[in-house]
Design a protein around this ligand. Structure first.
Ligand code: SAH
Ligand code: SF4
Ligand code: F3S
Length: 437
């Protein structure tokens, strides 16, 4: 049968989608399109209300597909976990629902659906077996993702993740290293380690620490680039900072969400650090690794956020000069502590703050891209441009997109590129030996 997976949410979900695809292909199913699919799986996210709304409106459309063609419909991921059995009341036409820890049962769920048997599983099966699936047949190319831990223990007061992804659990370092070795053998050169809070990997376990795991991966032949998402500022240790500039493969970039620049709001968010502690870690990273690209997440309009708190967020952003920030308006989530807080910020005020923040950050991102003009950087070529075949697109070690003219034979190769122009979201480059220069 042909299947389609509609995916929402974070990189963890992207990777879960790959894993499910891989299991289904192993069972003899084939990837298809919405037009020819016999099975549609929706892998869901509930981090903000908008994500949930998108899901329910998609399900409305899929219900028609089911009526017309009898398509098998399944829901997986964080909304499945949040709603558990009650999802079948709201969406009585679906065939199965699996939480993020239960996606290894996807083939069984599809099989049951062909016999009109409904499958549901929302247990916390821990690190095995959902984390152990190795998506070996779904992705072409030279970039790969490895889950190193699941769940989150931080309980930031606004966040639903600890409720839907359960408690932190780290995979054994031996399994992670074996998976990366296998990826390297398949030609993968760029590896991203995934987890909600990767830098608390193996906290309290008798196994490799996170910096030791990074060193272990660094030593694997064939791997050229290593990254990890997401880090929590409170768990950035001196040992981790020392890895930058030391480990050959570790890319000069880090995603380090700050969420707010106001200490009062950070405390209400239960983030476990102050703005000056955050800035201290950023200084240490920049000292150790000059030119490191810093990206972050930030929330505006948290309950009780006053003008002065927002100004502190603006100041923090100005001080760090991030290469990019994903910024969001606070969205109240059920079960979370912040949902009970008073002092809701009026939506118009929150929108105004968000647009001020984004406007300023866009200007800073443009400045940092322009500052790269005239430099020569290593680019991993990811593919050809959709619009013109002799246009290639790749990424720097700092994660910036570079577009340049070049031979399609360079796809998946590491090349040196001269940056000639910095734009808001990308860089324009030129191969050093371009004729006519
Ligand atoms: N584990 C990661 C990612 C969490 S989700 C981390 O700790 O950073 C990604 C981002 O979504 C968060 O960093 C936060 O900025 C945002 N986010 C989470 N819950 C939110 C909510 N209730 N409203 C608005 N943004 C939220
Ligand atoms: Fe959510 Fe905080 Fe955990 Fe990130 S660290 S997943 S924001 S609870
Ligand atoms: Fe969304 Fe779940 Fe990721 S809520 S952000 S898909 S962990």
């Amino acid at each position: 049968m042909r299947f389609v997976i509609e995916n929402f949410g974070c990189q963890m979900n992207d990777h879960d989608m790959e894993k499910m695809g891989s299991v289904l292909i192993d069972q003899g199913h084939l990837p298809g399109s919405m037009d020819d699919a016999d099975i549609v799986i929706v892998n869901t996210c509930c981090i903000r209300e908008k994500a949930e709304q998108k899901f329910y409106s998609l399900m409305g459309r899929l219900q028609h597909l089911r009526r017309k063609k009898g398509t098998i419909l399944g829901v997986t991921g964080c909304i499945a976990q949040q709603e558990k059995e009650s999802i079948f009341e709201r969406l009585p036409f679906i065939d199965f629902s699996l939480g993020p820890s239960n996606i290894h049962r996807i083939a069984e769920a599809v099989e049951n659906a062909t016999g009109q048997v409904r499958t549901s599983a929302f247990g916390d099966d821990g690190c095995s077996p959902s984390l152990l699936i190795r998506p070996h047949n779904t992705r072409r190319g030279v970039k790969g993702y490895v889950t190193i831990m699941k769940g989150c223990n931080n309980f930031c007061s606004y966040c639903v993740v600890p409720y839907v992804r359960g408690r932190e659990e780290s995979r054994k370092s031996g399994d992670v290293l074996a998976e990366v070795r296998e990826m390297a053998e398949r030609g993968i050169v760029d590896v991203t380690l995934l987890g909600q809070n990767v830098n608390s990997y193996n906290n309290g376990n008798k196994d490799l620490s996170f910096p030791e795991l990074l060193s272990g991966i660094d030593a694997i032949p064939g791997i050229s680039r290593l990254r990890f998402v997401t880090s929590h500022p409170k768990d950035i240790s001196p040992e981790l900072i020392a890895c930058f500039g030391t480990l050959r493969t570790l890319c000069e970039s880090i995603h380090l969400p700050f969420q707010s620049g106001s200490d009062r709001i950070l405390a209400l968010m239960n983030r476990g650090y102050t703005s000056s502690e955050y800035l201290g870690k950023v200084e240490a990273l920049k000292d150790r690794c000059p030119g490191i690209a810093l990206t972050a997440d930030c929330i505006v309009g948290f309950p009780g956020e006053e003008d002065g708190d927002f100004e502190a967020t603006m100041r923090l952003m100005e001080t760090v000069r991030f290469d990019g920030v994903f910024s969001f308006i606070y969205s109240a989530r059920k079960s979370t502590a912040a949902a009970a807080l008073t002092g809701r910020v009026p939506p118009a005020v929150a929108h105004e703050r968000l647009s001020r923040f984004q406007k300023r950050q866009r200007a800073i991102t443009l400045d940092s891209n322009r500052a790269m003009e005239g430099t020569r950087v290593e680019v991993l070529v990811e593919g050809q441009s959709k619009n013109s075949p002799d246009e290639l697109s790749g990424r720097t070690r700092t994660g910036k997109i570079v577009n340049f003219r070049g031979d399609p034979g360079l796809v998946y190769k590491l090349v040196e590129v001269d940056i000639i122009k910095g734009y808001a979201n990308s860089l324009r480059g030129e191969l050093p030996d371009t004729p006519g220069r």
